[in-house]
Design a protein around this ligand. Structure first.
Ligand code: NDP
Ligand code: MG
Length: 399
């Protein structure tokens, strides 16, 4: 092997990295990757929603310049926990944005879950950062706005989501003009083979039991409804500037082929590996290099077969709703996202059933008129409206 790319691309100066959502599933796995490369990164900011204990523990280990916590009421406890350090503590929505734009960071890993991750990502992009994006909801809600910020401030977006990382890797050395189709693979979730007429009885625990991936609660429910794949179709549209008519979803229960790109000459490239988010997280940090790492390898003798089938959008209406929202454009994807977040939270709280999730999203989309070319204010209003609508529709009617 020639002298490796990694040696050429690592110039000996550690890169400043911030991790937004460092206490979550992607956040903690990002820190695991950073532990493998202590000389290459200097952690500048860590943030959480409310988990003071873990955030303070991480701050003691990685000694960032600053930390931020979303929940205002947790500010005093975090300050107290770090009182004997010189780590700056920021609090609330503004505090998260301050941490996201910390001048000492070159790359910001965006791993907050849901709409709460939007504004910090926008703050990082306004500061011209390279953003390693796990928070797909940002692109679902505000894809056009994100692309404008990238143009205006010279930042870069690198996907962390495994499917988009796979496509990104397949596109290395290729021309956009020669891409025919993006093929996003989907595990199909825990209910791929379960009869649809039993979906009314799905419990929270069953929906949280994903066959291949261990993830945060919200994305795990999104995988069970297949809304996750719908959100990923919208994410792919903005990341790769490819229309919905050229994005195909294929169910692949083994989650080994992470996605594919079909080219105009009839050739298809795929990226494969064990389902382990540390691999795409690391690629987002090492790109365009690859760094040697001890992540689990595929043992081909233990891969008996790779199956593919078309998704069933009657059984999983969320996937259809996402394609429709993308087609409708404007505020529709933001409404889809907000309605989904609200419905998933109600389901996790055992206030609604599994089949109520797509029902409430569809009813909310039907009630909210699409506004074209939305500004951030318009998107925020659409988000709040959609959440209110879901709450109203979910409330049991009393006579
Ligand atoms: P988790 O729920 O595990 O973690 C979410 C993180 O966001 C935590 O650090 C949490 O802090 C923080 N957070 C939650 N709410 C707020 C808030 N209101 N303000 C500020 N911070 C907040 O989620 P995941 O790691 O699973 O997912 C993160 C993102 O990555 C999602 O957008 C998901 O779709 C995407 N993704 C995840 C994958 C996975 O394997 N998990 C795969 C591909 C994409 P706290 O701990 O204090 O609550
Ligand atoms: Mg994914």
């Amino acid at each position: 092997m020639p002298r490796s790319f990694q040696e050429r691309s690592f110039n000996g100066t550690p890169r400043g990295v911030s991790v937004l959502g460092s206490t979550g599933s992607i956040g903690t796995q990002t820190l695991e990757v950073l532990r493998l490369f202590p000389d290459r990164f200097r952690v500048q900011a860590l943030t959480a929603g409310s988990n003071v204990e873990l955030l303070a523990k991480q701050a003691r280990e990685f000694a960032p310049r600053c930390v931020a916590i979303g929940a205002e009421e947790q500010g005093p406890a975090l300050r107290e926990a770090l009182a004997d350090t010189d780590i700056e503590v920021h609090v609330g929505g503004e505090g998260l944005c301050t941490a996201a734009a910390d001048p000492a960071a070159d790359v910001v890993v965006a791993a907050v879950v849901g709409y709460a991750g939007l504004k910090p990502v926008l703050a990082a992009l306004e500061a011209g950062k390279t953003v390693a994006l796990a928070n797909k909801e940002t692109l679902v809600v505000a894809g056009a706005l994100v692309n404008r910020l990238l143009d205006a401030h010279g930042g870069t977006l690198i996907p962390v989501d495994s499917e988009h990382s796979a496509i990104f890797q397949c596109l290395v050395g290729e021309s956009d003009r020669q891409v025919e189709e993006l093929v996003l693979t989907a595990s199909g979730g825990p209910f791929r083979t379960r009869p649809a007429d039993t979906f009314g009885a799905v419990t929270r625990e069953e929906a949280l039991d994903h066959p291949n991936w261990s993830m945060g609660a919200k994305i795990t429910i999104d995988s069970a409804t297949m809304m996750n794949k719908g959100l990923e179709v919208i994410e792919a549209r903005w990341l790769f500037d490819v229309g919905a008519d050229r994005i195909r979803v294929l169910v692949h229960p083994q989650s080994i082929v992470h996605s594919m790109v079909a080219f105009t000459d009839g050739s298809t490239k795929a990226q494969l590996g064990v389902p382990d988010m540390k691999v795409p997280i690391q690629y987002a940090l090492s790109h365009p290099a690859r760094w040697p790492a001890p992540h689990e390898r595929l043992d081909w003798s233990e891969v008996p077969r790779l199956d593919f089938e078309l998704p069933d959008t009657d059984k999983f209406p969320c996937l259809r709703l996402a394609f429709e929202a993308l087609e409708a454009g404007g505020t529709a994807p933001a409404v889809l996202n907000a309605a989904n977040e609200e419905a998933v939270a109600l389901f996790l709280d055992e206030q609604i059933g599994f089949t109520d999730i797509p029902r409430l999203i569809e009813a909310t989309l039907a009630r909210r008129a699409v506004q074209e070319a939305p500004t951030l204010d318009v998107l925020q209003a659409a988000d709040a409206d959609a959440r209110r609508t879901v709450q109203e529709l979910a409330r049991p009617t009393t006579n």
